[in-house]
Design a protein around this ligand. Structure first.
Ligand SMILES: NC(=O)c1ccc[n+]([C@@H]2O[C@H](COP(=O)([O-])OP(=O)(O)OC[C@H]3O[C@@H](n4cnc5c(N)ncnc54)[C@H](OP(=O)(O)O)[C@@H]3O)[C@@H](O)[C@H]2O)c1
Length: 293
């Protein structure tokens, strides 16, 4: 059976969506949407669809979503978030701003709209974990300039951060993002050097790790937190493991810490609500269910 046939068999005529990536076996999305399907008593399905990183494979995905009556859409993960964009009928302005799509919604007329909920997920998790943190209250440090950084930087600038210090191993990628997301109102995205990262923590209200350092199979993020003000929030969007070495070190210094699972769960709300027509909330029970999976 092809992955499409498997997905159709699992859905068994019910409305369905899926996580699309290459690979997708490791994805937590089926667990998080599976929790909501059960909780909301929705007779639907959320599966996995491995799709090769080639244009014909993405074209086949788009054709499949359009011709299959019970297909409601999909989530996209690496490496498809940008390559899918020209194949969709409409891109939501937020996804245009971020420059990537992580959620595809099939409209009533069968057309496909691309959206991005990563920024919403990031900000929702931050607000949940640090409700009194205010974007306007001071400088923010963001480490990393990959795909996830785009949503984080765009969202922080939209939220009103006065100064964002952007630091990436490959400085040219940070410069590109600094240009892409620089607001026209005089606020700054300052691109700093990777080996200067510890010195850049001075006066920051928030430190965000968007690099893959600290993730299972990757080295830990090597960062001396001594210069970070005690009141600063530390947010690591890596979610495998949940307690990264960065968060463990920050917690030991008394910082408020936010792990990557909240962002993952909150970003899922937009897709679920559009595909299955139910408003959902993130809960401790869902966290437990996804962690157990
Ligand atoms: N919580 C969530 O919902 C969520 C959502 C999306 C992603 N994530 C997580 O965020 C992380 C990044 O994802 P992504 O999609 O942005 O990946 P990506 O596009 O591949 O970017 C990887 C980033 O990590 C940096 N990096 C990798 N290895 C490094 C090293 N040895 N030293 C210094 N920097 C290094 C890269 O720097 P260079 O540019 O120098 O290579 C780049 O900035 C992953 O752990 C992913 O699981 C979480």
């Amino acid at each position: 059976m092809s992955p499409y046939e498997t997905l159709l068999a699992e859905a068994h005529g019910r409305p369905f969506a899926a996580i699309v990536g290459w690979p997708v076996e490791h994805s937590r999305s089926p667990a998080l949407h599976g929790f909501w399907l059960k909780q909301q008593n929705v007779d639907g399905h959320y599966g996995r669809l491995p799709v090769e990183p080639k244009r014909p494979a993405l074209e086949a995905l788009v054709a499949f979503l359009k011709r299959t009556p019970n297909a409601r859409g999909c989530n996209l993960t690496l490496p498809h978030k940008i390559d899918i964009m020209p194949l969709l009928d409409r891109i939501h302005p937020e996804a245009v701003r971020i420059g990537a799509v992580n959620t595809v919604i099939k409209q009533a007329d069968g057309s496909l709209e691309g959206r991005n909920s990563d920024g919403f997920g990031f900000l929702s998790a931050l607000q949940e974990g640090a409700p009194d943190w205010r974007a306007a209250s001071g400088p923010v440090v963001v480490l990393g300039a990959g795909g996830a950084a785009r949503a984080v930087i765009s969202t922080l600038m939209q939220a009103g951060v006065p100064e964002l210090r952007l630091i990436n191993r490959t400085q040219s990628s940070a410069i590109d993002l600094g240009v892409a997301f620089a607001p026209k109102d005089g606020r700054r995205i300052a691109v700093e050097r990777w080996d200067e990262r510890a010195a850049m923590l001075d006066g920051a209200t928030l430190l965000v790790n968007t690099t893959s350092l600290g993730m299972k199979g990757q080295p830990p993020l090597d960062l001396d937190l001594t210069g970070l003000p005690r009141g600063a929030v530390v947010d690591d969007i890596v979610y495998i493991p949940l307690e990264t070495p960065l968060l463990a070190a920050a917690r030991a210094r008394g910082h408020r810490c936010i792990d990557g699972l909240g962002m993952l769960l909150h970003q899922g709300r937009m897709g679920f609500e559009a595909w299955f027509g139910r408003k959902v909330a993130v809960s401790a029970e869902q966290r437990q269910a996804v962690m157990a999976a």
